[in-house]
Write a protein that binds this ligand. Structure first.
Ligand SMILES: Cc1cc2nc3c(=O)[nH]c(=O)nc-3n(C[C@H](O)[C@H](O)[C@H](O)COP(=O)(O)OP(=O)(O)OC[C@H]3O[C@@H](n4cnc5c(N)ncnc54)[C@H](O)[C@@H]3O)c2cc1C
Length: 383
């Protein structure tokens, strides 16, 4: 395309949200430009890293159960069409306590939406997965059709497919738009100017930096660590196929079995300190004592397993965990898309459809995704 091309949509940010939005718009026939400051799935983005969980259970938050259910079909369709093998159907095991409201709410929503699931007693968990040590009163919900997604690889593959379908991608760091009403072009720090009818800012944690007045106190980037433990040589008991992806609602830990020899992933979902996504040093260690102690108790045979890899990433939290999908209040042709809040990855394809529909067909965003619903004080309700 020539530098004078006017695109239907320019998408800024090639994380999972921007990549799927650009890809879906292009599939619908729109002329799309996608830019990213550092590249699709780059190590600073929230969408980087090896793997992400795709599960359907969301307590009483039916909207996310439905989105996740739909997104899983779209991820699988993408795999079939491209041969990418992004999705690993490991099953997802939710460890919880039988007397908690969240377990009852999750079971009710899964049944209502028609998501296949089973409930395991403590004895059944330990029989089926003897690698896990349970405490009195623990039960589990098992989602056999859920699992794990290859994160960075999938984002890069979606951008590749987007380009194969005729979309234009380039490295560029967009500047904050100025003025109001609507913009005809957007400048980049390297001096380019891009013309489009609509602009989608899908910039993850950077939304707070790009729009400091509007989002500086509404997007809360937090430092998160991930550890991969080395399983004993020749031991397949902790690998995908023999062990599920899991979440522990009481201790706010989660993990993914060994996939592609990366190790047994364990991480804390508790929000870490506030971070600047450009400048944060990504050297893990802060939550290692907590994670190690958990591994020792929950997976006793791995008590001496070495850490073979670690990562530091950031969540881009909204006040309560709901996504942000709304027009910029000062610009009718600018959309703000983000607030993945530590659970957004799995929804990428469903979100791409939703945003594409809003742009191409019009309509109002759901109140839960609106800017008006985003508070300046964090109180997490979506997990
Ligand atoms: C440790 C960790 C574990 C997680 N686990 C899960 C999980 O198991 N399951 C799940 O569903 N979700 C999970 N998530 C959440 C999920 O990964 C995120 O919600 C999702 O990746 C957010 O995607 P995004 O596209 O909004 O942001 P990002 O991936 O951060 O993408 C934003 C992009 O915008 C670009 N950008 C920023 N500013 C500019 C600019 N000015 N110009 C051009 N480009 C720009 C950046 O370079 C970046 O590539 C996890 C997140 C983390 C950090």
């Amino acid at each position: 395309m020539s530098p004078d091309t006017t695109y239907d949509v320019m998408v800024i940010g090639a994380g999972v949200f921007g990549a799927w939005t650009a890809y879906t718009l292009t599939r619908s026939g729109a002329r799309v430009l996608l830019v990213d400051a550092y590249g699709p799935g780059n190590s600073r983005s929230s969408s980087s890293g090896e793997t992400r969980i795709i599960r359907m259970g969301y307590g009483a938050d039916e909207i996310y159960t439905r989105w996740s259910h739909h997104a899983l079909q779209l991820w699988q369709q993408f795999d079939q069409e491209t041969g990418a093998r992004i999705f690993h159907r490991t099953g997802v095991l939710w460890l919880g306590r039988e007397d908690t409201q969240n377990v009852a709410a999750t079971l009710a929503t899964l049944s209502k939406v028609g998501v296949p699931h089973k409930t395991f007693s403590r004895a059944e968990i330990e029989k089926r997965f003897p690698q896990i040590a349970c405490a009195e009163g623990e039960i589990a919900i098992y989602e056999p059709e859920s699992g794990a997604l290859m994160a960075r690889r999938s984002v890069q593959k979606v951008v590749e497919e987007f380009q194969r379908l005729g979309g234009t991608y380039q490295i560029a760091e967009a500047e904050t738009p100025i003025g109001n009403g609507s913009i005809a072009s957007l400048a980049s720090f390297s001096g380019d100017s891009f013309r489009a009818r609509n602009y989608v800012f899908a910039c993850g944690a950077w939304l707070a930096k790009l729009f400091p007045e509007l989002l500086g106190r509404r997007i809360f980037p937090s430092r998160q660590e991930i550890y991969f433990f080395g399983v004993p040589s020749g031991d397949r008991n902790y690998s995908a196929g023999n062990f599920p992806t899991w979440l522990d609602t009481n201790s706010e830990m989660y993990g993914i079995p060994d996939i592609e020899g990366r190790g047994f992933k364990v991480a804390s979902d508790i929000h870490g300190a506030a971070v600047d996504p450009d400048a944060v040093e990504r050297v893990a260690g802060e939550t290692l004592p907590l994670v190690r102690d958990y591994v020792r108790r929950r997976f006793p045979a791995l008590r001496n397993a070495p850490v073979i890899e670690s990562r530091v990433c950031q969540y881009e939290n909204s006040s309560n965990g709901d996504f942000l999908i709304d027009r910029h209040p000062n610009f009718e042709n600018i959309w703000l898309v983000g607030g993945g809040s530590g659970h957004g990855f799995k929804h990428g394809p469903a979100l791409g459809e939703y945003v594409s529909r809003l742009i191409l067909e019009g309509g109002e965003t759901d109140h839960r995704f609106s800017l008006a619903s985003k508070q300046t004080i964090q109180k997490r309700t979506v997990h």
